[in-house]
Design a binder for this molecule. Structure first.
Ligand SMILES: NC(=O)c1ccc[n+]([C@@H]2O[C@H](COP(=O)([O-])OP(=O)(O)OC[C@H]3O[C@@H](n4cnc5c(N)ncnc54)[C@H](O)[C@@H]3O)[C@@H](O)[C@H]2O)c1
Length: 383
């Protein structure tokens, strides 16, 4: 399978040639001033292929790149621009997110591994071009082992700055576009699979879906559901976002804190992580939980609790892969729109497999999803 970054920029650079040495300073190529000021250290982390820490004082840059696995292909995962209490917190987040990307990409059937990067936000107003170009140089130092894209706190415009320094970047302006409608489509397909498993039919007409979060994904998900005749209850802390979904998709609004106990068949978390916990799970009236938010289970045991209560949970990283599928297939594999859409629609089959395995092995669905992803990773390394 051909993997390419079809948008090589004339100014993009070709990568550090120096070998990384665990725990040591590794990067001061001398032919370019901007690179001289970039300091890169490698940290050895068990279970991770590469972890780099970089700084460029002149650009006000401090960043981390974690490459969890390239067993299936180059590690793909976005750049998060975020403020953390400590550097350790940022590192923990980078490692967790990079591993999550390995599992998400494996389960989605993509020929990509998992990685993630973080630029630490320090409270000062940054020169965004300098900041993201510095990050681009860090990305480039991995010579294609890691490909970045947008994530929380970053935009397609920031990716254009990264492109000045490396070709290993996706999510650019005018390329595969906003991932949210594709994520919403995948969540919708996951919902159909869950409905089929629970009620014996994909039909969502007449079912009531409670959507938490009317942002990018929530809005498009409401559109998909309204189109097939589902009834919608929606909540958001931002009243203007609620109004838009109510006006455009005939939804009923509810207070944010009432969304868990809403009289609905399906609960769709599309706002925050950690929303499935000891406080919220007992309130749920819905028998399916299918949404876009990352890390919906506060702790793994909450997946067990849902199972004990007879609630079918669609593991988040399986259901919300539509955006990454669209970005990878369109930008890196050069697929056309119909082929890419078919891949997103196949989230339906993945979810059916997860549910079947969970039943067969008598395990919660989040464990079945992990097992399926691990099977794919193992197959790739078996000779
Ligand atoms: N955008 C994508 O393609 C994509 C892909 C995969 C996963 N996700 C995940 O899906 C979720 C939604 O993504 P998005 O792009 O729509 O984000 P978004 O920021 O556009 O929307 C989130 C919405 O949630 C609302 N919100 C925040 N706190 C809330 C609360 N307590 N109750 C109700 N609403 C609340 C916000 O006001 C906002 O409107 C996030 O967890 C994101 O990480 C998104």
């Amino acid at each position: 399978m051909k993997i390419g970054i079809p948008h090589a920029h004339k100014n993009a650079r070709s990568g550090f040639q120096k070998e990384a040495v665990s725990g040591k300073f590794i990067g001061t190529p001398s032919f370019n001033f901007q690179r001289v000021r970039m300091k890169i250290r490698e940290k050895s982390v068990p279970g991770y292929e590469r972890v780099l820490l970089g700084s460029d004082d002149l650009a006000g840059y401090q960043g981390i790149i974690a490459v969890h696995s390239t067993a299936l292909g180059p590690a793909v995962g976005g750049t998060r621009y975020w403020s953390y209490k400590t550097e350790d917190d940022a590192m923990t987040d980078a490692l967790r997110l990079a591993r999550g990307m390995t599992y998400k990409n494996a389960l989605a059937g993509l020929p990509f591994g998992g990685g993630k990067s973080i630029i630490l936000r320090d409270g000062k107003a940054p020169d965004r071009e300098q900041l993201f170009r510095a990050h681009g140089r860090m990305v480039n130092s991995l010579a294609g082992k890691y490909i970045t894209a947008e994530d929380v706190g970053t935009s397609p415009a920031d990716m254009e700055y990264i492109l000045q320094e490396t070709t290993y970047v996706g999510g650019l302006q005018g390329r595969s576009g906003d991932p949210s409608p594709h994520t919403a489509r995948g969540v919708f397909r996951a919902m159909q699979a869950a409905a089929n498993h629970k009620w014996g039919s994909d039909e969502l007409a007449g079912k009531t879906v409670a959507i938490q979060g009317c942002g990018h994904v929530g809005y498009f998900l409401a559109g998909e559901l309204a189109a097939v005749g589902a009834k919608l209850i929606v909540a958001d802390v931002d009243a203007t976002k609620v109004k838009q979904v109510v006006d455009d998709h005939r939804a009923a609004a509810i207070a944010s804190e009432e969304i868990y106990s809403a009289k609905a068949d399906i609960f769709a978390p599309c706002a925050l992580g950690g929303v499935l916990n000891d406080q919220t799970i007992p309130q749920l009236k819905a028998t399916l939980v299918v949404g876009a938010a990352n890390n919906q289970l506060l702790e793994p045991r909450h997946g067990d609790l849902l199972q004990q209560r007879g609630v079918l949970y669609a593991p988040d990283y399986a259901a919300n892969a539509g955006g990454v599928i669209n970005g990878c297939c369109r930008e890196m594999l050069g697929w056309d729109v119909p082929k890419t859409l078919a891949k997103t629609d196949a989230i339906y089959d993945t979810l059916l497999r997860i549910f079947a395995m969970a039943d067969q092995e008598k395990i919660p669905t989040y464990q079945a999803a992990d097992r399926l992803a691990e099977e794919r990773l193992r197959e790739s390394t078996d000779v």
